[in-house]
Design a protein around this ligand. Structure first.
Ligand SMILES: [Zn+2]
Length: 283
């Protein structure tokens, strides 16, 4: 097996297991640090269209679940979205686009999951089921927690690049392969919880840089973001279980503490989430 980013043949196993498929192994490239699963054959073309992720989903519950992330992304990007033509690739329940629509010139979602279509129509958001039937270009293309699911990320990024205006920005959010719970605290229970068979690749700021370069894109910025607060981490270390922010957050977390903790983890590149902005190299 060779690394799909740097072609190295040297890789090592990462401790832990894939929570929903114990047959899979987790590997890390010794050269570039790309984290990948031993197999990707369990994800076929129809996987996401067949609603595997959201069987019998309750749409309003789903919107509520993503509201905090949708709002965070919108406030972070708000200024760059003003009066722009925006495409969100893998737009899920459309929560981000619903917020963005208020300040953008035009918004379009691309979502394989066909069951969401009526909700987009209700919210008056353009929806496509596929990248291939889009003919116009966009000022901003976003993709939140999607690229890690994709078997051929270079192919998809090349398609997105073609849909980008010359001065456009491609904004990608992914989970960080170097999450502090794995790389600093080395929480064993977390290493059996966080890996998921749908996440075929896990990236770092370094491997996102390589990905951009291979696609002929340039990194404008990479920002480290911490979605889970200190209470969540302490709970993992103490109890070995998730949801510590729900149990302990009310007496442990404060805005100042969360901000300071995020900054500290960001300086170590060990946050749980990364946002990258790619721009065209050859305008
Ligand atoms: Zn590599």
């Amino acid at each position: 097996m060779t690394c799909s980013l740097c072609n190295s043949i040297n890789y090592k196993s990462r401790p832990g297991s894939v929570r929903d498929n114990k047959k899979l192994k987790i590997f890390e490239c010794c050269e570039c640090g790309l984290v990948f699963l031993s197999e990707s054959t369990h994800i076929n073309e129809n996987f996401y269209e067949e609603s595997n992720m959201h069987k019998n989903f309750d749409f309003s519950k789903w919107r509520k679940e993503t509201f905090e992330d949708d709002t965070r992304r919108f406030s972070f990007l708000k200024n760059s979205l003003l009066n722009k033509k925006v495409l969100d690739f893998g737009s899920g329940n459309g929560g981000f686009l619903k917020l963005a629509k208020e300040v953008c010139k035009e918004v379009t979602g691309v979502e394989l999951e066909k069951a969401v279509t009526p909700f987009y129509i209700e919210d008056k958001i353009n929806i496509k089921n596929n990248l291939d039937n889009i003919n116009s270009k966009f000022d901003i293309i976003t993709s939140f927690h999607v690229i890690e699911h994709i078997k051929e990320p270079l192919e998809i990024l090349e398609k997105l690049k073609l849909l980008l205006e010359d001065e456009g920005k491609l904004i990608i959010e992914v989970p960080n392969a170097n999450d502090a719970l794995l790389t600093i605290y080395k929480s064993e229970p977390f290493s059996h919880f966080t890996y998921w068979s749908c996440h075929l690749y896990l990236y770092t700021s370094h491997t996102l840089n390589l990905l951009a370069k291979k696609t002929g894109l340039k990194v404008e910025f990479i920002k480290h973001i911490q979605r889970y607060p200190l209470s969540n981490h302490l709970y993992w270390l103490s109890k070995g279980k998730p949801a510590g922010h729900v149990k302990w957050g009310n007496f442990l977390d404060s805005e100042e503490l969360s901000k300071a903790y995020e900054n500290q983890l960001a300086s170590l590149q060990a946050t749980d989430t990364i946002i990258a902005c790619f721009i065209k190299e050859d305008k």
